[in-house]
Structure formats: C-alpha cells, structure tokens
Design a protein around this ligand. Structure first.
Ligand code: FES
Length: 158
C-alpha cells in the first residue's frame, strides 16, 4: 500500500498534466488508475477541487464506468469478458466458477490481495469466445477446466 503523501503527489501530478484538457475529468481518472492501479477515495476531493466540481460529481463518474476501480487491484488481475459473444458462448459459467472459487464479486479483491476480479466488455477475441484476461495474457475458448489450469499455473505473487 502506498503512503498517503506519495499517493497524493501522484494524483496531483496527474491532475497538473491533464487539468487544462477539454473534458479533463476522464483523462485524470484514467491517469490516476494507470499510475496507482485504482482511484483512491482520498483523491476524490483533490480532483473535485482542481476541476471545480462537487465530490458527488466525481464519484458519479467513477461509479458510472465499470472500468474504474476504487480499491487496489490484486497481484493477479483477472478480467472476464461479459460482452455479447462471450455471454453466448458460456462466460456466465466462468463467472460463477470464479466468484465461487475466489469468494469475491466483480470489482473486488481477495482478502489475501492475490486476485482481483473484474468484468470487461470485449477483449477483441470474440471469434474465440469466451475470453478472459489474466494479468497481461488474453485466453480464448476458455471453459471451467482450462480456467482451473490457467489459475493453477499462476505462481503465488510475492
Ligand atoms: S465479446 Fe468477449 S472478446 Fe469480444
């Protein structure tokens, strides 16, 4: 976990880099998530003040887009495609399997910090549905058996 002062310095830098762009809020939110892996609650009042918005307005945008996280991601990031093609080819079974196995819902991280689970809406692998991204690798035509194999291949992150 980052020190608060380090986190806020990063947030301030991202704001400074994007503040004068048209529609600056989204570039700022993306920049913070790229830099920190999530958008800390403590950054919301800083963003709101810089853009002369209310905290509720900033929160509203963060919660509208599923992409944005408000908690730190796990050491292994699992992103399951829930878009149409993958739904038609069985991603719901993968979703149920993952939620039961990890004991978490979408946008959550396991208590040991090892895994986070997120929904995404198309990984560009529709022809190989259902698709899943684990860390930087995208896998297609996944079923519960191959998913188990993929998970068992992951080294416990230090
Ligand atoms: S719909 Fe899942 S990869 Fe495109």
């Amino acid at each position: 976990m980052l020190e608060t002062s380090t986190m806020l310095a990063t947030v301030q830098q991202v704001i400074s880099d994007n503040q004068n762009k048209p529609g600056a809020l989204l570039p700022i939110l993306h920049g913070i998530q790229d830099a920190l892996g999530y958008i800390p609650d403590d950054s919301v009042p800083v963003i709101a003040k810089a853009l002369a918005l209310s905290r509720a307005e900033v929160h509203g945008v963060i919660s509208f887009y599923h992409y944005f996280r408000t908690t730190p991601p796990g050491k292994h990031k699992i992103q399951l495609c829930r878009a149409e093609s993958c739904q038609a080819m069985g991603s719901k079974a993968l979703e149920t399997h993952l939620k039961n196995k990890l004991g978490i819902d979408f946008h959550e991280t396991t208590a040991d910090g090892q895994y986070s689970l997120d929904a995404v809406y198309c990984l560009g692998m529709c022809a190989c549905s259902p698709a899943i991204q684990i860390d930087n690798d995208i896998h297609g035509r996944v079923n519960t058996e191959s998913l188990e194999q993929l998970l068992s291949n992951l080294e416990p992150a230090a």
